[in-house]
Design a protein around this ligand. Sequence first.
Ligand code: F6P
Length: 342
Amino acid sequence: MRIGVLTGGGDAPGLNAAIRAIVKRCEKYGFEVVGIKYGWAGMLKPETLELEYENVKDVVGIGGTILKTSRTNPLKTPGGIKTVAKTFKDLRLDALIAIGGDDTLSVAKALSDSGMNVVGVPKTIDNDVSETDATIGFDTAVNTAMHIIESLRDMAESHERIVVVEIMGRHAGWIALHSGLAAGADLILIPEEPFKIEDVVKFVEKKMASGQKSLVIAVAEGAVIADYKGLVTKDTSVDQFGHVRLGGIGEFLAKEIENATGIETRAVTPAHIIRGGPPTAFDRMMATRYGIAAVDLVKGGKFGLMVALKAGEIVTVPLSKALSKMKNINKDLYEEAKTFFE
Ligand code: F6P
């Protein structure tokens, strides 16, 4: 058998661990592995890398993706699916393992629907893919964001300032909520729970009146301000998957707080910093198990599926189910978190 593997969408720590595991499992079964470079772009304009275990055995702890990535969407390219199918044939592939978030996996699903042998592996720091407890990169991003928030607390306390930290995560608040809680942020604002500026100002004033001299506020980049004209974004352009570039809500909120309270307020945006660096042991381990499970699906001739983590077990789910909706934070979890900032 000859298996293709690609990584698409934003890079994430743990991708290389998954690639390494795929190559090792394939070696065990005597399968060849072809790395497709630059995500789906590498299937439109073929760019490949023959993968041998000898070349990937040391990448388990390296962030990013050795296969490179892109946000190219073949479904938005005229004749894209046909071209991908031709590349699949030209490369003599028997199956393709696509590692990515909902965007990359939506293409995997379309290809699977068109009859191609495709298996998905969930990856995104945002953790917003349904039917799995975790996606590759989420745990590392949470840990990195947690350390950043803690560092900023030192500064805020020393200067007796407010700091607003804007955390990536697109339209889900997973990273902001987990890292904010883990680092003891005073307030966490997430997309799932629209907020009013006046309520944040009241919260700040109440804290200061109670004697607190500094505050750390974690705001998810996709957090929604009630009664505002829409999301705060970098600009209005969208990528090939229809996503607008989020960012700016931290700066916006910091200014509003400073203007209303007169307290010096800084905004910090770690942005892509939380997407890089060595993966945590959890991400390496989960990515390794995902990689092994993905190859086993191929060996068993099972396609149109995504490997997933549920209550500590590696399971498989139909791609169609995993992509049917975005995984958001449920009300109960946010209510638990609110214990710390009500
Ligand atoms: O999906 C991962 C993510 O880092 C989001 O949290 C963020 O909104 C987006 O990608 C940023 O995309 P780009 O790397 O294209 O700027």
